[in-house]
Design a binder for this molecule. Structure first.
Ligand code: TGC
Ligand code: FAD
Length: 390
């Protein structure tokens, strides 16, 4: 009874294995116990709650699908999605930290790194001993990362890295950064930059009204000497970072369902209890319309995302399919958050309830990992063959 309610209108649980349900329930229980009671306070203070890092590692949130030999949880894509869903019921900022660590730091080291790099970094990232961040976006290149200016030169025994990244989740406290930069021929490569390297700094970005419990910052490289063994050798080109984004965007599609579920649960409970004009507001047609549309949209998103997970398990999911799910689900969650907030009337704007926090968080989620517009244009390209964003 203490757990979140689990809207499951189409009996989706019947499509899940015992392992999926076990992994999800463990994550759900942990979020309810360790995240929900403290998260509002940390969001108000604009601080990331570092004490939850080891708990995130324990529920398998750092590298859910990375093989166990590298410290990962060795789970499938549905379990990965369910973990993200449960974390984002608590807070999108906490899910961001897990997404970045798993799909934007561990994934490229696993897929594009060599064996020494995997052994050196992955187990420590999986346990949370090392935290990582991912530097792709620059001040002048957000939706169009291929135009990046950050670059490195081959100095014989090391690389010399210069440039700046902006809007980087986890940057202020990260031990390592996976940084995308161009070589002298203009080809994009991934480099592992470690805190403490001379000329590398990570100033924090303040004054956010969104993702306040997630730390965001810049990455500044001023003639940073990066050892040659820190270059990820097995991939170059924009496809490197975009491949990581596929994995993170898939997790966000699940995560957004979690935020939507929490808003729906809260609004439904409130509507049944809140009496105006001598009857619960849940007995009015206008509030029923909102609630009925919410559960319909959550159910559609669950089915879309479950199917995407099956396709990913089979290695068949395309990037465009992932874009469709990320775009649909985040928009769905944001819309539900706005409607749910209205159901709570004035109470909806306070920190007594999670809805306003979810709503503000989702304004970042609908922008990062490819904006709502860019994902629509990816679908447009996929179905017409014309890249309208160029
Ligand atoms: P384009 O010419 O289409 O492609 C360049 C190369 O990349 C390959 N490719 C992909 N590979 C893997 N996965 C994908 N999803 C891929 N999409 C494209 C493509 O085949 C090509 O390969 P090659 O070998 O021929 O070079 O590239 P474009 O410059 O036209 O851009 C396409 C576009 C607009 C879709 C892309 O730039 C894009 O997705 N832009 C959005 C940028 C974005 O999402 N940034 C996210 C930054 S990270 C972040 O927000 C983290 S938030 C973390 C959190 O807190 O959770
Ligand atoms: P722009 O690209 O300047 O877009 C501005 C507007 O123009 C948008 O509405 C966009 O949809 C629209 N637009 C752009 N191009 C077109 C076009 N061709 N056609 C039509 N409309 C267009 N990045 C990282 O690398 N790592 C991180 O960890 C990270 N974390 C983030 C955390 C937060 C809290 C936020 C807010 C962002 C984060 N980002 C991160 C950056 C994020 O990915 C970018 O903000 C995003 O890709 C958009 O880039 P931009 O902000 O420069 O907007």
């Amino acid at each position: 009874p203490d757990l979140f309610q689990a809207p499951d209108y189409y009996l989706l649980d019947e499509l899940l294995s015992d392992e999926h349900k076990m992994v999800r329930d463990a994550a759900r229980e942990w979020v309810k116990r360790e995240v929900s009671p403290i998260i509002e306070d940390y969001a108000q203070k604009a601080e990331f709650p570092k004490q939850i890092i080891s708990g995130l590692a324990d529920i398998g949130a750092f590298g859910p699908y990375i093989p166990e030999e590298y410290g990962g949880a060795g789970l499938d894509q549905i379990s990965y999605g369910l973990i993200m869903q449960e974390i984002e019921r608590g807070d999108s900022g906490v899910r961001s930290t897990a997404s970045v660590q798993s799909s934007l730091v561990m994934y490229p080291i696993w897929k594009y790194g060599n064996e020494e790099q995997r052994k050196k970094y992955l187990p420590k990232l999986a346990s949370g001993e090392f935290m990582g961040c991912f530097g792709l976006t620059e001040p002048d290149y957000g939706s169009n990362p291929g135009g990046m200016i950050t670059n490195f030169k081959d100095m014989g025994d090391h690389y010399l890295l210069n440039g700046a990244k902006m809007w980087i989740s986890n940057a202020p406290f990260a031990d390592i950064a996976v940084v995308w930069a161009k070589n002298e021929e203009g080809r994009i490569h991934g480099l592992i930059v470690e805190r403490g390297m001379e000329g590398f700094s990570t100033p924090e970005t303040h004054n956010k009204w969104s993702l306040r419990a997630s730390a965001t910052g810049e990455l500044i490289f001023d003639n940073v000497k990066v050892p040659k063994e820190n270059l990820l050798p097995n991939k170059s080109g924009l496809g490197g970072p975009l491949g990581c984004l596929d994995s993170a965007r898939y997790g966000i599609a699940w995560g957004a369902i979690g935020a939507a579920m929490d808003c729906y649960d809260t609004a439904l409970r409130y509507a049944k209890e809140r009496v105006q004009f001598d009857k619960p507001i849940a007995a009015t047609q206008l509030q029923q319309k909102k609630l009925a549309e919410m559960i319909t949209e959550i159910t559609k998103a669950q089915l879309l995302t479950w199917r995407l997970g099956v396709l990913r398990n089979e290695g068949k999911a395309t990037s465009a399919q992932i874009s469709m799910a990320k775009r649909n689900n985040v928009d769905m969650a944001l819309h539900i958050a706005r409607e749910a907030r209205q159901i709570l009337g004035g109470m909806g704007i306070t920190g007594e309830y999670s809805i306003m926090r979810h709503m503000m968080n989702l304004e970042s989620v609908i922008t990062y990992e490819g904006t709502h517009d860019i994902h629509l244009l990816i679908t447009g390209l996929d179905i017409t063959g014309h890249a309208a964003f160029k």
